[in-house]
Unconditional design. Structure first.
Length: 341
């Protein structure tokens, strides 16, 4: 009885505070509704919305690793783009070697080829991430300016290595046979590959979210984001967590590189640098160190890019910069900064 009375005496947060806390979760539906009003055609809006969600999922895959690395390690890693590019080229090498699988009228063989390409890319970029952290990042912990300089240098070196091993020319990367084409439902065009992108992105988000919330390792990582010194004092080696998170983030970038290469159906050594702009916008919008915020930010960026590309193509390139400015004016720390989402 005493416990019940004690619980009942705890006042609930004011309605205004609860609405403010929930507001970031309504930004994606809000943008979608605004898009419907402006486009004024349900089938066109549906096609653009599904395309935007798929694009957002792919960006989330690449951005999730970066937001964890910054949140836990306080590292501004501009070399993240190198892992995207190298992952794409490693994956392309596997896919082009498995033309018998990718050209077959078999969804199982097609998905098997994509899976092997993803595994190869993640192993390669995860190993590269370990080397990158040990050799390049470790000496500059706590020095943001030096981090920017050395990681940008690492990105440039990686691009030159791609030229050395794969040549300077862009490489066509056709999608597997059963992932080409689209379905039409009620006037809405649904590309088969984008369905795969949405499913994979959602699975990675759920997996990351579950790992961070429901596992011992996730608890340590979140505690390290909040107070690394306390975690060290409890006897856990935060440095090892740093390395593990960096390797995982690099592997996710490689996975995203493969998926983005198949999305564009062409890969170049500079693709990582080009995508890095969108990745950083997503990380900043979402709130540094927040997986949930990163997910919401990626969906907002994908939808914004598709809606403005249709409504006002001339301003499409700068639309996501405008989106970032508006969100930061509203919530200066991002939608769901670490520890709040």
């Amino acid at each position: 009885m005493t416990d019940q009375t004690s619980d009942a005496s705890i006042p609930s947060p004011p309605l205004a505070d609860r609405l403010k806390a929930q507001a970031p979760y309504w930004t994606v539906p809000g943008l979608a509704v605004l898009g419907l009003v402006l486009i004024a055609d349900a089938s066109t809006w549906g096609t653009l919305t599904l395309a935007g969600l798929a694009m957002g999922m792919l960006i989330f895959i690449m951005a999730s690793g970066l937001t964890l690395v910054f949140g836990l390690m306080d590292v501004l890693n501009f070399g993240h783009g190198a892992f995207i590019s190298i992952g794409a080229f490693v994956g392309a090498t596997v896919l082009l070697a498995l033309t018998g699988w990718t050209g077959a009228d078999s969804l199982a063989l097609n998905l098997g080829a994509v899976l092997l390409a993803i595994v190869a890319a993640m192993l390669a970029t995860g190993g590269l991430g370990w080397f990158f952290e040990r050799v390049i990042i470790k000496p500059v912990y706590g020095a943001h300016l030096k981090q920017i300089l050395v990681t940008m240098g690492g990105l440039i070196v990686a691009e030159e290595l791609i030229h050395l091993f794969w040549g300077p020319n862009q490489i066509p990367l056709p999608r597997p046979e059963m992932l080409k084409g689209s379905w039409v439902a009620g006037g809405v065009i649904v590309e088969k590959y984008r369905v795969l992108a949405v499913v994979l992105g959602a699975a990675i988000f759920i997996g990351l979210r579950w790992s961070l919330v429901h596992t011992r390792l996730g608890l340590l990582i979140r505690a390290g984001v909040e107070n690394g010194e306390m975690v060290e004092a409890l006897g856990y080696r935060v440095r090892r967590l740093f390395v593990l998170v960096f390797v995982a983030g690099s592997a996710l970038a490689g996975l995203g590189g493969v998926m983005w290469g198949l999305y564009d159906e062409i890969i170049t050594a500079q693709m990582g640098l080009n995508i890095l702009v969108l990745v950083f916008i997503v990380v900043i919008i979402g709130g540094l160190g927040s997986v949930e915020g990163c997910f919401i930010g990626a969906l907002l960026v994908g939808l914004m890019a598709n809606y403005t590309g249709f409504l006002a193509p001339k301003v499409a390139l700068g639309s996501n910069i405008l989106l970032m400015v508006v969100i930061l004016m509203w919530r200066p720390r991002g939608l769901l900064p670490a520890g709040k989402g």
